[in-house]
Design a binder for this molecule. Sequence first.
Ligand SMILES: O=C(O)[C@@H](CO)OP(=O)(O)O
Length: 254
Amino acid sequence: MGNNGRMAFGKLVLLRHGQSEWNASNQFTGWVDVDLTPQGREEAVRGGQLLAEAGVLPDVLYTSLLRRAITTANIALDAADRHWIPVVRDWRLNERHYGKLQGLNKAEIKEEFGDEQFMLWRRSYDTPPPEIAADDKYSQVGEARYADLDEVPLTECLLDVVKRFIPYYEAEILPLLTAGKTVLVAAHGNSLRALVKHLDGISDEAISELNIPTGIPLVYEFSESGEVANPGGTYLDPEAAAAGAAAVANQGGK
Ligand SMILES: O=C(O)[C@@H](CO)OP(=O)(O)O
């Protein structure tokens, strides 16, 4: 039973972090732990207000290990008066590791390597960018938060994210949804693309066209048997979501 006594089915709420410092400066980010901008914090407040207005009240929060997702969730849940719910954090929700591109400017990379190579690195399903050197200042090798990993990635393609995130989702999150819980997943553009690909059965080719806007909750409703009841999900602010997704698609321009 849900909060108001009706039969409740599970809800999965996907929230990409608000604008980060490197979204604003147009740099490839991946696993680099950059903070939100003031605009990103405002987006997070708005995201929380949208949840409260829609009566979508998370019972549990899952985040990546990265500050921009953690802080977005904290701010949004505070705005929705749900700051007290339990939290699980896991590296499997992290952004796709962007390899050697981490820290580099998107417009400059596009200029230097051309549109096709740029889009291949950004959006192809199975072509990872070149590996970052383990001792590069933007490598995560040796960071305490990844001490439990057998190997810290040096690059990843979207397929690698699917392989690490979807089994985790199925084992840890899906059972909560079939039990009727509302689960907030605060994560990243490409880790959420991996999950949406799975939820909506999007092909390896078609997923390249899908972009996730920052800060706008995307809600999937589940049946008791674990099927998605609203394919494609429902953005709580569809107009802002469409504009935000178009802006992500066009990144790399000056
Ligand atoms: O830089 C990144 O890590 C991601 C998300 O910001 O960028 P893109 O949309 O280009 O994959």
